[in-house]
Design a protein around this ligand. Sequence first.
Ligand SMILES: Cc1ncc(COP(=O)(O)O)c(C=O)c1O
Length: 377
Amino acid sequence: MKKEKIYLSPPDLTGKEQLFIEEVLDSNWVAPLGSHLDLFEEKIAEHTGFKYSLAVNSGTSAIHLALLCHGVKKKDVVISSSLTFCGAVNPILYIGARPVFVDSSFDDWNIDVLLLEKSIKSSLKKPKAIVVTSLFGMPAKFDVIKSIGIKHGIPVIHDLAEAFGCQVNGQKPGEILDSAIVSFNGNKIITTSAGGALLTNNHEHYQRGLFLSTQAKEPGTGYIHKELGYNYRMSNVLAGLGLGQFTAINDKIEKKRKVFKYYKQQLENIKGIEFQEEKTGCFSDRWLTALFFNPKHFTTSPVSKIIENLAGENIESRYIWKPMHLQPLYKEYDCYSGEVSESLFENGLCLPSGTSLKPVDQNRIIEIVINTLKVFQ
Ligand SMILES: Cc1ncc(COP(=O)(O)O)c(C=O)c1O
């Protein structure tokens, strides 16, 4: 009999979601905005430390709005991490701006700050914004990146889609950063099925995001539109789902970290396996546990064979994101270096990291990894 499927990072309901959704239904106020959405936004702002939060229908639309709030226009240059998901980058093309990619560094797998500065200095046109992903929950070098942004007068948008629970030196992201987004997609730490939020400490940006995400309707009762707007807001019903998820936020982060800790304990003694380490002061929410198989210690990359063997046992695992500069869609755009993200892609593996992952299943996964590796050492 086929074993029950183990997913990479499936949704994990707390049991409280239904209560909040019922409240919304009982109130008869399902029409898009409402008090549950207001409350959900308050919770997001409180949890992340930002003054304002605007809940929208995806992390991708939140990035789109963030770029627009920072005034990015057609033909502008926007610098972005290459090692990320396409949702972080596609909105640059929605606007008709030009992405320039920057490689990761091996110490945290996030954007390489020396290359970031080089990309700014080498750009013929002053970049209009920088989009930095905090990969798999690991905060990027917030302070250094902030200084670079200030020094060159370029706003930084932090993509915290995977890092809703990250902190740096005990501070919440909004206590350090100016502008960010999160995602509440089904695979994220908390989910509204699909959803996201724009986060900012700037009231004007919040107002602008609100305006653009509600069809850019001019104030007043007449339907006057002077600008192109979008229908991006989250609904009151889905906010109910988010409120239910929020009741277990700390528990979920703790569980993600526990999953990582156990993988590390069981696998760190195998020569050549490396983990995305927390540098001093960094707190990762460990959205996904990823392994890096240092090519110096393996005959060839074991990643595809491990994925195949896990799949044979009905277990989902994945490569690390394919860097944007390697994507057919983005091949014509510049990238500053690329070797690190390419190596992380070729030799990296994301393991099931759900908050509902059972210890017995995690042991099975670990056993398959260990057994597969024997042929590659
Ligand atoms: C780093 C990153 N950025 C952006 C997104 C896009 O978020 P969404 O799927 O909610 O549009 C995701 C994932 O889904 C992501 O992992």
